[in-house]
Ligand binder design. Sequence first.
Ligand code: F6P
Length: 341
Amino acid sequence: MRVGVLTGGGDCPGLNAVIRAVVRKGVQEYGYEFVGFRDGWRGPLEGDTIPLDVQAVRGILPRGGTILGSSRTNPIKIEGGVERIKDNLAGLGVDALIAIGGEDTLGVARQLHDRGVKVVGVPKTIDNDLNATDYTFGFDTAVNIAMEAIDRLHTTAESHHRALICEVMGRHAGWIALHAGMASGANVILIPERPFDIEKVCGYVESRFKTKYAPIIVVAEGAHPADGQMDVQTQELDAFGHVRLGGIGERLAAEIEKRTGKEARTTVLGHIQRGGTPTAFDRVLATRFGLHAIDAVHDGDWGKMVGLSGTDIVRVDLSAATDQLKTVPAERYSESEVFFG
Ligand code: F6P
């Protein structure tokens, strides 16, 4: 058996740990050969490969990014894209594919599976917004990076009696904001799932100043005021039709200054949340996903994604994973509200 591996979408810490586990178990236990496809779906679309053997995956466990490269190429949008992928797989003698990605990459995997490609998916995203898995790897690392940054913001905010806003990633889900904000004792957490009331936010800011502490507001990039449009930096769309988010932190700072008369500044964490070495949790989760993905290939269990359920790794249909986003439930957000103000 010759197995192709690709990583698609935004990179995240732990991708290399998955690749290493897939190859190590695949070679050692099943005697498989591997082919690495470069830059997500661009690789199979253009037949662009790199050698992938045990030697190639030595030493990559702690390394961030992906040795295979990534892209947001969407072959479904390209005329004849699916046929080109099928032809290239056949030409390269690739029997099956392991696609490591988020909703977009796995959405393509699902469509390819429907059109006869043997594929298994592995869920990755710092956003933690994939259904049918309790966690995606990369999320824990992103939360820890944000938590550490917010801890640092606390001390400087207090010295200068400023309101500091920390804008975090997460696209249309508030998981990173919720977890990083709870872990670091944020004064207010704003998430896309709950449009915010700017009056209330300013009230929290003022009450925090009265206690002689300085407020820290954690805002998800997709958060927006109750009566307004989602704040977007540009209207630019990627190949999957997602708008590029960002800018809500700056808008919020201007509004808080105007309404409270207190100085407010914004830190945008951006891609720092996706870079560098994975946490122990993410290394273990990614490794277990990789081990179970190659088992699914061995069992011929096509069209499945490996997922985490409690502490077990399970197999679910790719459709269950990609049908809808996993967003923050109202009860989870309410837990954090106890600490606002
Ligand atoms: O999906 C992961 C993510 O980091 C989102 O949180 C963010 O909105 C998006 O990717 C940014 O993508 P890019 O790096 O392509 O601008």
